[in-house]
Design a protein around this ligand. Sequence first.
Ligand SMILES: Cc1cc2nc3c(=O)[nH]c(=O)nc-3n(C[C@H](O)[C@H](O)[C@H](O)COP(=O)(O)O)c2cc1C
Length: 346
Amino acid sequence: MLLDPTWRILRPLLFRLDPERAHRLTISTLHRAPRLATTVLRTLAGPVPPGLSRRLGPLTIPAPVGLAAGLDKDGEAPTVWPALGFGFVELGTVTALPQPGNPRPRLFRLPAERALINRMGFNNEGSAALARRLQRLRDRGDWPDVPVGANVGKSKVTPLDDRAVADDYRTSVTRLRDVVDYLAINVSSPNTPGLRTLQAVAPLRRLVGSVLSAAGDRPVFVKLAPDFEPEELAEVVEGIIAEGATGIIATNTTTSRPGTTGRLGEEGGLSGAPLWPLARSRIQTVLDTAAGRVPVVGVGGIHRVDQVAELLDAGCAAVQLYTGLIYEGPGLVRRLHHGLASGGGA
Ligand SMILES: Cc1cc2nc3c(=O)[nH]c(=O)nc-3n(C[C@H](O)[C@H](O)[C@H](O)COP(=O)(O)O)c2cc1C
């Protein structure tokens, strides 16, 4: 497995760059030479071990670890991620209107904690651009052999009234529904002013209902924040299920600052290892409330195979990660799947 030694050389070089530059450099390299990158990474990572295939609601995924939203917002490298072993890929968040996001700097590393803080603010080229890019991929017969979803958020300039918000999400959903395998509604980013108010039960139910009617027969997942009290979260989950959503993705980044992560003093969402205890407990609340009625995707601070095994044993249909990839390297996904195939645990 040459991915890990390669990463040991690359990581210190990338970590000397500003985090966003390192990210852009990586994504644009993969974007410019997707076939080469896919072949090289597939060879280095090797095949996903057999026996890990499972259902994620109506979807079949070849392995339970998926790529979380935010890493490939504009779908620049959707064919490359499965080569690392990801069993499904979530692109986005995209918004109806293209937008630049927040001023830089807006992405920060906390290497000692293996964490990131970001306040990107949905920088993206817009849902129409993503739909065109994905349609071209389909036309060329290059569609990945794992499910690919699009995560959809609210355009910053759209006012926070029910009808305007619903129209904004529906515009993106209508553009994307025929080119993706699933949709995810993002109401949980801390970096779009007021977005999280959409997680209150009544507005969220109206939004989910409206998005579902625009999504046709595409599965629709709802992605939630970890910054709820458990009782409140249970109510929200009930509402989402009552409305008929396909499943729930929990959790997004947190605005809280567990441990020593507050010392950086930057605003935004915290991800990575220090998020795990909070995410784990909120995922349990979602699982207990959903009680098997809808599939739950567990996300937040996953860096090790025992965490994946624990979430799957607790009842998650699948998991996703982002920050773990940055700190543990691109060989992480393969290690997790091989660890699971050989009995899970630490
Ligand atoms: C730089 C960065 C950007 C992100 N952007 C998005 C996004 O656009 N949409 C979204 O739903 N989640 C986004 N996330 C949240 C992740 O998808 C994930 O829910 C969160 O980081 C927790 O998982 P992790 O600890 O494995 O990173 C982002 C995370 C990071 C670190």
